[in-house]
Design a protein around this ligand. Structure first.
Ligand SMILES: NC(=O)C1=CN([C@@H]2O[C@H](COP(=O)(O)OP(=O)(O)OC[C@H]3O[C@@H](n4cnc5c(N)ncnc54)[C@H](OP(=O)(O)O)[C@@H]3O)[C@@H](O)[C@H]2O)C=CC1
Ligand SMILES: Nc1nc2c(ncn2[C@@H]2O[C@H](COP(=O)(O)O)[C@@H](O)[C@H]2O)c(=O)[nH]1
Length: 324
């Protein structure tokens, strides 16, 4: 397998067929709904909260609520429904999560999207949860992960997952590769390509997105949606705590498997970073959309599908040539 990452790849332009980038359509159908851009904020406590979930749903963006305030999940579904908005939650695989799924069905609270969110998604426990959810709530669009291999993608799909999430260890606050020796850190884009070749259902590329152009690259190598943590954290609206250091405003961004999240030092695979405040989230999302429109125009097309077939070169670290 050829091994490369986002910074090693450049896509090669095709003849432009639009008169303005504004003609390029960045919309994506994912599950039962269509979204403005193929981007979802990471289901992490410093990236998404209820207020932002409402804003994302109201503005036709995809969101996945995190699972770290377990008791808040039912009231969250009710609140979103009262506002006429779609519902998208995360679950784990501990035994009480099976009971939680049962209760959602009994109380008529089946969400539109459910994401099974565990570090090592290629496991019998995850497969059991997939089968359980698909049997009890067949209408829910089920995302399962995280995985790193074609075998895992196939197995999760065969168990009933409607989409799989690919990426073990490429995240900015991830220390999985250091603590365990495993993961796709440093070759996440190649892992997406490898997994996408086996997939028959959509793939979410999760982790390692450092520049807006990486979204187009993830699409080129087979993703249908991109999950982003650090680039969407640290905005004015972000849930992470604000801190002032030497007169500059920073926001906390911590891993879901960090000591800060877990409240204990057990199986820690994440760290905390302070990221300089980036301004308004809505502005960043608009910029992402415009950059993606530009990507599509360079691809010589009018929509995201045109990215799938563009030629590319692999030149190590080439995106930084001339920049540093
Ligand atoms: N995308 C990524 O690269 C990673 C993401 N994360 C994120 O961190 C959060 C916490 O993750 P996670 O630790 O899975 O959640 P949990 O602590 O909720 O673990 C889920 C269950 O899976 C078991 N489990 C976890 N890891 C393994 C493993 N490597 N082998 C066997 N069993 C395992 C746990 O048991 P026990 O705790 O007893 O082992 C637990 O029962 C999630 O949001 C996850 O997405 C974490 C690491 C990597
Ligand atoms: N290994 C770990 N991975 C984590 C942890 N918390 C979240 N994550 C993953 O990172 C991505 C976001 O990546 P980014 O590069 O965009 O910042 C997120 O979606 C998770 O899959 C963690 O504690 N350890």
């Amino acid at each position: 397998m050829e091994v490369f990452d986002f910074e090693d790849v450049q896509l090669i332009p095709n003849k432009c067929v639009v008169s303005s980038r504004s003609e390029c359509n960045t919309q994506v159908q994912f599950g039962p709904r269509t979204f403005r851009i193929p981007v979802v904020p990471a289901n992490m406590q410093t990236v998404i909260n209820e207020e932002l979930a409402v804003w994302f749903a109201e503005n036709d963006y995809f969101y996945i609520m995190h699972r770290f305030d377990e008791a808040a999940r039912k009231p969250f579904i009710k609140m979103m429904r009262e506002k006429g908005l779609y519902t998208s939650i995360s679950v784990g695989i501990k035994p009480y999560e099976f009971q939680f799924i049962r209760e959602l069905v009994e109380e008529d609270l089946v969400p539109d999207y459910v994401t099974i969110d565990v570090a090592h998604g290629h496991s019998e426990d995850v497969l059991d949860m997939i089968r359980f959810i698909k049997e009890l709530m067949p209408s829910a669009f089920l995302i399962a992960g995280n995985v790193a291999t074609p075998e895992a993608v196939r197995e999760l799909e065969n168990a009933g997952a409607d989409a799989t999430k690919v990426g073990v260890g490429p995240g900015r606050v991830c220390i999985t590769k250091l603590k365990t020796g495993f993961g796709t850190g440093g070759w996440q884009l190649a892992a997406i390509r490898h997994c996408a070749k086996a997939a028959r259902k959509p793939i979410i590329a999760d982790g390692g997105i450092r520049h807006h152009g990486d979204i187009a690259k993830a699409f080129r190598f087979g993703a249908s949606m991109v999950m982003i943590g650090s680039l969407l954290a640290a905005h004015e609206e972000s849930p992470g705590r604000t801190r002032e250091i030497d007169g500059k405003v920073y926001k906390e961004y911590f891993g879901s498997a960090s000591e800060y999240q877990k409240g204990e030092r057990k199986n820690v695979e994440g760290k905390i970073e302070m990221i300089a405040n980036r301004g308004r989230l809505a502005d960043t999302l608009i910029e992402m959309e415009q950059d993606l429109q530009s990507s599509i125009s360079y691809a010589g097309g009018r929509d995201l599908d045109s990215l799938r077939t563009v030629d590319y070169v692999i030149v190590r670290n080439s995106i930084f040539n001339g920049d540093r």
